[in-house]
Ligand binder design. Sequence first.
Ligand code: CMX
Length: 437
Amino acid sequence: MDTLKEKFASLALPMRADVKAFIKEHGTHVLGSYTIEQVYQGMKGMIGMVTETSKLDPEEGIRFRGYSIPELREKLPRGKGGENLPEGIFYLLLTGELPAEEDAREVSNQWARRSHVPKHVLDMLDMLPQHTHPMTQFSMAILAMQTESVFAAAYRKGLHKNDYWDPMYEDVMNLIARLPRVAAYIYRKTYKNNVHIEPDPKLDWGANFSHMLGYDHPDMKALMRLYLTIHADHEGGNVSAHATHLVGSALSDAYLSLSSGMNGLAGPLHGLAAQEVARWILELKEKYKGVPSREQLAEHINQTLAEGKVVPGYGHAVLRKTDPRYIAQQEFAKAHLADDELFKIVQLIYEVTPEILKATGKIKNPWPNVDAHSGILLMHYGLTEYDFFTVLFGVSRAIGVLTSLLWDRALGAPIERPGSVTTEWMKAQVAKSKATA
Ligand code: CMX
């Protein structure tokens, strides 16, 4: 058993007993109540699941195992050339403890060793039409790798429920290890004439990913580490995390569950917004032949709203302030590409957009989210094919949703099955409570 697996077992197995005892003693404790509006409008703010890895505060933003992004930028091990290693955030999400340099290195080594992608997965990708969206390819490739699931094989053989976590650990490690190779294959096949680049086992996970994509500039490798770290997790209720958790609750293995999560991430109101932001900014730049004036930008935003579209990269279902993931990327841009024309446009959008969104009177959060910034950083280093951006998000998000899924297995999370009602039932409830009032 590798040392991280041993550590996980030493943490998770006692916690399983602890959670059982907690439910037994306090299971009837009432947490809150909810309204008809919440039921109709996406269950916002209703507590409906437990996610150990991270917690999102509307005002402050995400905390990974209690640590904010600025704190983690100080405390997590860094890669050669700068920025935190995503291996470190994985270790933190899995164990709740900050990794030492050698802990992150051990994760790097494990992932390098486990990264082989079976040939049939690449063959399947080769057979898809050229115009297949990269996110569709990514989700299909994850599904095609399900042939390798250690959990599915062990379950078929016969597995005691107390042991589910063990093959799940193997699936989670193998799957995360394989994702950069799969994603890079999709990128090179779709945009670089099917010319592929072999992995470099001497590089850390993020730098190797950048290398396989074809980007060896040290700053791009640093950006990739930053990108893969900050997109990793956003508590359990966001669409990609919730979909992974929900599908996994039926004991679907990590491959089946993550593929579902990625299908959710591919929606324009979630991870696809990264692509939509880039498209929107390029349209803007084309329309006004460069950096627009404040008036021109306001006109473009108002036109977007008047056409009944969303301004991509702005707003959030939980956050009520500027996303700290946006700020982390803004700091990177100020340090590395302050004169970039697209960065100047992004800064201008940040100055102009919130007031216009506030003035609509209905948008609860007028501030930028993570997707408002990510694309233009990648474009600066030459990765301009914006339909691919959400795949990068997906590689990172796998870290959070799969560590959570492993905790679900270790703690014995049950199948998820919330109740649903009809509008007729809702109206009857309101009528009943009016009658008794
Ligand atoms: N542009 C225009 N309208 C917006 C808006 C935006 N950026 N954000 C919210 N609204 C609208 C909603 O569509 C809704 O309109 P209706 O009442 O006509 O249906 C109204 O404002 C109220 O919405 P809300 O409660 O403020 O926001 P929601 O929780 O419903 O939605 C989100 C959150 C992110 C889907 C929404 O803000 C949005 O569509 N933003 C743009 C897309 C985007 O950037 N998504 C990425 C989010 C981060 C991520 O998951 O990666």
